[in-house]
Design a protein. Sequence first.
Length: 356
Amino acid sequence: MPLHPGLSADPEVIVFNLKKRYTGVSATVNALVPLQMTQWALGYCGTTQSNGVVGMRLGEAIRVSRRPPPGRPFRIWHVRRDHEMLAGLWARDVLRLPVRLVFTSAAQHVHGAFPRWLISRMDAVIATTQKAADCVPNTTGVVHHGIDLTRFAPVDKTHAWADSGLPGRWGVGVFGRVRPDKGTDVFVDALLAVLPRYPEVTAIIAGLAQPQHRAYESALKERIASAGLSERLVFLGEVPAGEVHRWYQRCLVCVACPRYEPFGLTPFEAAATGCALVCSRTGAFEELITPGQEGLLVPTGDAAALAHALDQLLTDSERTRATGQRARERVSQQFSLQAEADGIGRVYQQLWATAA
């Protein structure tokens, strides 16, 4: 298969994404790789990205890494999952390849014994938040996830919802997997209380329910139907990665109400399109939102608090659009994709400098 024109045949950095299913990690890699191609002699190993970048196989990454790249003492493998760390350790410590391993850690809890051991063997560790860094003793640097501000761009929310094909004038959305830890039931409970008071508002749930969560999803749909709100509280299913930004643009308010989240990209992406936010106090959401500025924060698992927060936003659409504009400014200033790529690059350079 021909090499993507932006990738290097002899890369100094290889970015890994070996999981086939599209996840938040996949979204991060999908966004970063095209930018990193402009910064480094870059290689990519893993599942074909939604932007069309085709990755090499693991065996090819090992073959390419049998000698250092031009001008470098070793090649960097950037990994983000346990099995990728394992592959890297096999390459570095068993095959004795001239590679060094950079791992990105997002979890805001103490890892289990085996992941802790894997992380302890990394040459550099990037944490996505300070809370994540506090859970990893060998953190090299804190680099927030960043957002592609070109793709996730603001639009005029006054007319954007009309493009959805759904009823109403304004949209409220929640994005991500349909399952209990993501708080889908919290969102449904809150919107069942809120929607009757706002006839111009329709809510969407954009995300896949995996087989083990289909009964959970069905039960939520039954409750919505019993309330007579099936046309105004709509399950979209899994939205293709290339289309999700359009749904953010259509929504006036984005909700992220997980019970636990390591980082949580969706409200950052939504904010970049000008959505006002309501988020639970987990993930990196408290670093994104100053209550009353970019949106509101609520306790995890608290549907009543979420409903109250939505009431505050939906009673004045003009004020809420201004809130969304502040959210866009916040992401632009502190959570851009360029800032993330630059922060990662500093870790790479620091690692090479140790061998000088």
